[in-house]
Structure formats: structure tokens, C-alpha cells
Ligand binder design. Structure first.
Ligand SMILES: [Zn+2]
Length: 301
């Protein structure tokens, strides 16, 4: 009898382990369970890190990434942010970027890029396959020409290293998109167990087209400054982030972030940081733990 019970217990244990295994390997479920909880918010002491800084550039985006002394910049805020970002990066002793990416040609993403191009060495400069006739876009093209840097268009599924981290291009839009926001380059940056999903201003249309298997991420840079055109429930279920970051200006005219997005994030128990409230948000990870610092740069508090 005792032997039989042991066998039953063993079988039950195997079934439970099996279920856990399936959940670990197939995390795309509609359960809403937060499988990223294994990433602890804790001080990071290791020398080997990925550092992701969501800079407070008001109603705009600018994200600085660093690993093992290699830098990548994703967007550079509005036109007036260019000199401010230049000064800030120089203060950080940054002289060159391995990658500079303009997610899409709207001013609140590429506005400051001409200053960055003029003041730093850039190995690779990426933008989506679309051109516009705005002065802002032409300033970027002129700066690239002056510095003899070519504008490259990445391909979907391109992968490259940034120090110890890996960057994968999940989506690149082209001129066929009717909405310029939907040309946004979408990136996933992974360092061991921790990953960041950066979607520019892409809408739910693009979110729905992304490869579901690639999406689960520890941190989601909420699309389009928290606009209701992005970040629907289905997308959040798949990404299943522990943390969200909204890059948004105080009292902006678009009323971003939208209440529905804020409510959906809250309903999923996602810890959300906002540049309009927290200032610049810095996330440092050793691949297991994540340390989050908010640097309130806005004097209005
Ligand atoms: Zn934008």
C-alpha cells in the first residue's frame, strides 16, 4: 500500500513539474499571470549590466542604452531637446554611439537627432523606409551628409549586439503605411533574463502584426506616449511586462497618457513609471535583478 502511495505521489509531482515546464516554455497564455515576477527589483552590484535610461524630454521619446561601454540611442526628443541631450551625453563622457535609431520621422522622435549627429561619432544610423519633407527630417539628412554617415534601413529580424546585450528588430515600417506612427522601428533588447520592448509610436495595428513568440518582456516602453491608439489588452496579455514606462509631457495637448491605457496597466498590476511624474527613469539590470532609479530633473516636481 505504502509503495503505491509513493508511486502516486511521484506521478503527481511529475505532472505538477510538467505543468510548470509547459508554462515556462509557452508563456503566451491568456491567464494574465505575471511570469516575469522572477525578475526582482533589487540593487544591482555587478559590473556587467545593461542600463536603459528613459530620458525626460517632455512630450517626446529618447532612450539611452549602454552595455559594456557600448551605447545606443533610440530617438532624441523634439528639436529643442537636441542641445540638452548633447550636453547630458557629454557630461556622461559619451563620445560615440554604436547605434542611433530614429524610430520614425515625427519631430518628437527625430527632432534632436541633427545635434546628436553633429556632436558624436555614430557607427550605424537606422531609420524606417520612409521619407518626409519636413524641415526636421531634412535637418537630419543634412547632418548625416555633413558627417558622411549613411542612413540605413534595418530589416525585420535583424539582430545585433550592444555590449553584452542583444537587440532584435521586430518590425520596420515603410512608406505604404498610411500612418507615419506605424512606420516605427520596434526593438526588443535582451540581457539574459531581462528584456525591454520599445515600440516607438506604433499603433495596435502594428502591435497585432508582431510575432507573438517574441513579445514577452520585462519592461514595456508604452507605445505612442500612452495614447489609446496603442497598448490594448490583448497586446499587454502577450507582452506580460512587470514594468511599463510612459514617455510623456506634463499637461500635453493630446491628453496622453489615455485613461484606458492607465487603467489597463493598473488592472494587470504592471508597475508604471511616467517621465511627466518621475522625470528621467533609469533601469539597470544584471540580467536577473533590475534596479530602478528616478531622477526628477523637472524643477516643478
Ligand atoms: Zn511620438
Amino acid at each position: 500500500m505504502r509503495k503505491k502511495r509513493k508511486i502516486i505521489t511521484a506521478i503527481l509531482a511529475l505532472i505538477i513539474i510538467g505543468i510548470f515546464y509547459i508554462f515556462e516554455n509557452y508563456p503566451i497564455t491568456d491567464t494574465g499571470n505575471n511570469l516575469n515576477q522572477r525578475v526582482e527589483e533589487a540593487p544591482v552590484t555587478s559590473e556587467n549590466t545593461l542600463e536603459v535610461t528613459f530620458l525626460d524630454v517632455g512630450q517626446a521619446d529618447s532612450i539611452l542604452l549602454e552595455s559594456a561601454g557600448h551605447y545606443m540611442l533610440v530617438d532624441a526628443g523634439n528639436n529643442e531637446d537636441g542641445p540638452k541631450l548633447t550636453t547630458y551625453f557629454q557630461q556622461q563622457n559619451i563620445t560615440s554611439f554604436d547605434y542611433v535609431i530614429g524610430t520614425h520621422p515625427h519631430e518628437d522622435h527625430i527632432g534632436g537627432l541633427d545635434d546628436i549627429i553633429h556632436n558624436f561619432d555614430i557607427q550605424t544610423f537606422y531609420m524606417p523606409d520612409v521619407i518626409t519633407t519636413t524641415k526636421t527630417f531634412e535637418d537630419v539628412l543634412d547632418a548625416l551628409e555633413e558627417k558622411n554617415i549613411s542612413l540605413s534601413i534595418p530589416n525585420k529580424n535583424d539582430k545585433f549586439e550592444l555590449g553584452d546585450a542583444t537587440v532584435k528588430v521586430l518590425y520596420v515600417g515603410n512608406e505604404e503605411e498610411s500612418d507615419l506612427n506605424d512606420t516605427s522601428i520596434v526593438l526588443k533588447v535582451t540581457y539574459q533574463n531581462v528584456s525591454f520592448l520599445l515600440t516607438g509610436d506604433a499603433s495596435t495595428k502594428v502591435e497585432g502584426d508582431l510575432d507573438r513568440k517574441e513579445l514577452e518582456s520585462t519592461v514595456l516602453k508604452v507605445g505612442h506616449h500612452g495614447s489609446s491608439t496603442a497598448t490594448d489588452e490583448e497586446f499587454l496579455n502577450i507582452v506580460n511586462p512587470t514594468y511599463a514606462v510612459i514617455s510623456v509631457g506634463k499637461n500635453n495637448q493630446y491628453e496622453h497618457p489615455h485613461t484606458t491605457v492607465i487603467n489597463t496597466l493598473a488592472a494587470h498590476n504592471i508597475t508604471t513609471y511616467r517621465t511627466d511624474e518621475d522625470g528621467t527613469i533609469q533601469m539597470i539590470t544584471d540580467g536577473t535583478n533590475i534596479e530602478i532609479n528616478t531622477l526628477n530633473t523637472d524643477t516643478n516636481g
